[in-house]
Design a protein around this ligand. Sequence first.
Ligand code: HEM
Length: 126
Amino acid sequence: MSDISTEADVKTLVDSFYERVQQDALLAPIFLDFAHVDFSHHLPQLYDFWSGILLGTNRYRGFPMRKHFPLPISLAHFQQWLALFTAAVDAHFAGPTAELAKQQAVHIGRVFATRLGLLQPTIDGA
Ligand code: HEM
């Protein structure tokens, strides 16, 4: 299995993750019934977001946290989000950048969950 190294790889990862999300009993209702996400708009945002983190590109211009404040989500949603993201990485890729993707998902998930008041802030941000 190869590592994540091209834009096509980032797209494979994001598409694979969202296929899982759309079939998930906990997460699908948030994306589909609550937020009515337009995937033709959302997926390119996510390609740019993860391409920035994993390939060092600089296209993403959003403020992702803002989109999450209104969502009716708990820690269980974050745990499931992370489980599906990790499964999507492991289904397709192995190597240092694949590991970075999983680490960053944990890190950003923790920051979002803390800002939503679902986790206690810690002094080292960990
Ligand atoms: C409980 C977990 C999560 C749920 C249910 C969730 C759900 C959503 C929803 C509904 C949107 C709005 C899409 C739209 O209306 O266009 C969104 C946007 C987004 N999410 Fe999440 N999310 C979660 C966690 C995360 C995490 C941990 C990350 C990053 C690692 C992330 C990254 C993003 C990004 C980059 C956007 C796009 C913001 C933009 O349009 O600029 N999300 N998410």
